[in-house]
Design a protein around this ligand. Structure first.
Ligand code: BGC
Length: 383
């Protein structure tokens, strides 16, 4: 299956001018000297981290469908959040002769040997949603504006607490509001971007004392949840309630970076008693991310305050466009060539925009766009 992609690699700047001349002098987009392959002859390996979260199931399916629609062969694999499994799956894709790899890494630093092997076999690599770190063999990155996701999460927390009004203007509320902070998995590059965006937004209010963190855990290493797991988040919230709130202090809000983590936090809060079951009854304001159906239903019921909607249909579409460009020998369009230094190089990126969804935004953003149906929101189950 594997063909020689001198042409595609030249478009990405992966081989030098001499080699380019050697392939017939064709520049990006020209046919000079390049083999013309039919999509049906080409195999694309798509490596996704896990099926425990809906978003990755939707991402995998949408990327596979989009590539197949363009005629490509696709090998889609999920790694069950197990790092060695993901490595083996990518090794197998390379052995099978994949012509391009699209990878959403579990651990952004654990795929160096796979990326070396891909480069040796002239297989271009697209980092999908999560940046693969410490390798220069990452050709392109498609993602969302991850720093801005963090800003949106923190802004939503401030609105939920009443520190900002609906339009984002400061109110007269001085607090102090008790908040706790959660971060994602430290081996996921995105977790750091979300955290930095959120903390830059919260910092002025922490400095002024409008917000306080009774646990004192304000470092990402203290707030991180390995593999973004719901159970780990629930346990950390239970521990925080025991250690920092047993004197009757009330928690007002929680910065949560992912809906699974949010549901773990909410379960812990509802379990301790004294917080009620909805925000109206006294449950703290909890943020989220991904617009998972379980959380969208909770937002609709007034239990979770908000989530960040990242339209995975758009991300998958962009990954398909970039794959096609690379395989056609064209330079993919980047809209950010500064932000994503993976430790070995700055990876050209295409960033999409995300939206905050609170109860009022469920209909316009999620239902009207066909992301979830009204029945799904009412039941909390994807159909
Ligand atoms: C993604 C988030 C997701 C998280 C947990 C991050 O890399 O960008 O959308 O919530 O992983 O799966």
């Amino acid at each position: 299956m594997k063909k020689t992609y001198t042409h595609a690699l030249a478009a990405l700047g992966l081989i030098g001018a001499l080699a380019l001349a050697g392939c017939g002098g064709g520049g990006a987009g020209s046919a000079g000297g390049a083999k013309s392959e039919k999509p049906g002859d080409l195999l694309i390996g798509v490596s996704m981290p896990t099926q425990t979260s809906e978003r990755w199931i939707a991402d995998g399916k949408a990327v596979e469908d989009g590539l197949k629609k363009d005629g490509y062969q696709v090998d889609l694999q999920y790694a069950g959040d197990d790092i060695p499994t993901q490595g083996q799956q990518i090794d197998q894709m390379i052995t099978k002769g994949a012509d391009l790899l699209v990878i959403a890494a579990i651990d952004g630093t654990a795929l160096s040997s796979q990326l070396d092997a891909a480069a040796a076999a002239h297989i271009p690599v697209i980092s999908y949603d999560r940046l693969i770190r410490d390798s220069k063999n990452v050709d392109f990155y498609v993602t969302f504006d991850n720093y801005k996701v963090g800003v949106q999460q923190a802004t939503s927390l401030l609105k939920g607490l009443g520190v900002l009004d609906a339009s984002g203007k400061e109110t007269a509320a001085k607090g102090p509001f008790n908040v706790e902070l959660f971060a994602g998995s430290l081996d996921d590059n995105n977790a750091h971007f979300f955290w930095n965006g959120a903390m830059d937004t919260l910092k002025p209010y922490l400095d002024k004392g409008v917000l306080t963190v009774p646990s004192g855990q304000t470092k990402i290493e203290q707030a991180a949840i390995l593999r973004w797991q719901q159970e780990t988040a629930q346990k950390r919230m239970e521990d925080l309630l025991t250690s920092a709130y047993s004197d009757g202090k009330k928690l007002n809000g929680v910065l949560s970076p992912f809906d699974g983590i949010s549901r773990g936090i909410i379960t812990a809060l509802q379990g301790t008693g004294g917080y009620g079951t909805t925000i109206a009854d006294g449950l703290p304001v909890v943020t989220g991310q991904d617009a998972e159906i379980g959380s969208v239903a909770l937002i609709d019921q007034g239990v979770q305050y908000s989530t960040i909607f990242k339209d995975t249909r758009k991300l998958a579409k962009q990954a398909v466009i970039v794959s096609k460009d690379i395989l056609d020998g064209k330079k993919p369009e980047a809209n950010d060539t500064k932000s994503y230094d993976n430790g070995a190089k700055v990876v050209p990126s295409y960033l999409l925009q995300s939206d905050t969804v609170d109860k009022a935004q469920i209909k316009p953003l999620l239902i009207d766009s066909g992301y979830w149906t009204e029945a799904e929101v009412a039941s909390g189950v994807a159909q």
